[in-house]
Design a protein around this ligand. Structure first.
Ligand SMILES: [Fe+2]
Ligand SMILES: [Fe+2]
Length: 244
């Protein structure tokens, strides 16, 4: 049974506990392993700073930090199937920070059960600009992270935010994160929030149907075959375990 993840623990603390102690879903366990692998490969100031910033989000709102970790993990996977040729470790690190601006969003709004008011929704939307500002404040100058932050709420048809960019006006990285973010928010994060909000998460089938139905409106249809490969990988990796 999946239980709520621990609050306000550093990733180093999380990593030293056994999976049984944490009772984390397999998705998060594997994403933590991926993070440790990438962080362990390099002691570059860039990687250290990215993980430090993610840890600030972890302390601010644990669920949003787990969401970012899973988005990182899924975006890296989708990119591997897409074969963009970008550095997939960079994609993962960008995923950790795609919502970093939410450290400036009040927890009362992030944790609010039910529908947000219009003013609360407008406040949430500022997390994109807040994230870009944070990168500048921290001296973090990185194309992949900037595009993940700036592009993950833009829609293929120009109906997204903050710039209402259409089609390839949003970079590949932004369009990739649009899909990974949607997938995680509907299918897995809902798994945590369901206990708090007392509603059921979307199933894998419902989540993928939503994304497929909105290819060409919200999502870049160029990801169709990468998403199909991702779906197979996801079912083989996670769904078979759930059934066992
Ligand atoms: Fe976001
Ligand atoms: Fe997100």
């Amino acid at each position: 049974m999946v239980t709520k993840p621990p609050e306000h623990e550093k990733i180093s603390t999380v990593a030293t506990k056994t999976n049984a102690e944490l009772s984390l879903p397999l998705q998060i366990q594997l994403a933590i392993l991926e993070l440790e692998k990438i962080a362990g490969k390099s002691d570059s100031p860039h990687v250290v700073l990215v993980v430090e910033l993610w840890d600030i989000l972890y302390k601010h709102n644990t669920i949003k930090a787990w969401h970012s970790l899973l988005v990182a993990y899924y975006a890296k996977k989708i990119d591997e199937f897409y074969k963009s040729g970008l550095n997939t470790d960079d994609i993962f690190l960008a995923g950790l920070l795609h919502d970093i601006g939410q450290v400036k969003t009040p927890v009362t709004i992030l944790d609010k059960a039910g529908k947000l008011s219009i003013s609360e929704y407008l406040r949430v939307k500022t997390h994109v600009q807040d994230g870009k500002d944070m990168l500048k404040e921290k001296g973090l100058n990185n194309y992949t992270i900037e595009e993940a932050i700036g592009g993950h709420h833009e829609n293929w048809d120009g109906s997204g935010y903050p710039n209402k960019y259409k089609e390839e006006q949003t970079s590949y990285v932004g369009r990739l994160f649009k899909i990974a973010d949607q997938f995680e928010a509907m299918h897995n994060l809902a798994g945590y929030t369901s206990r708090k909000y007392q509603k059921e998460p979307f199933s894998l089938e419902e989540t993928l149907l939503y994304i497929k139905t909105n290819m060409g409106t919200h999502f870049d249809p160029g990801f169709t075959s990468a998403l199909a490969e991702f779906e197979n990988w996801y079912i083989n990796t996670f769904e078979s375990n759930h059934k066992a």
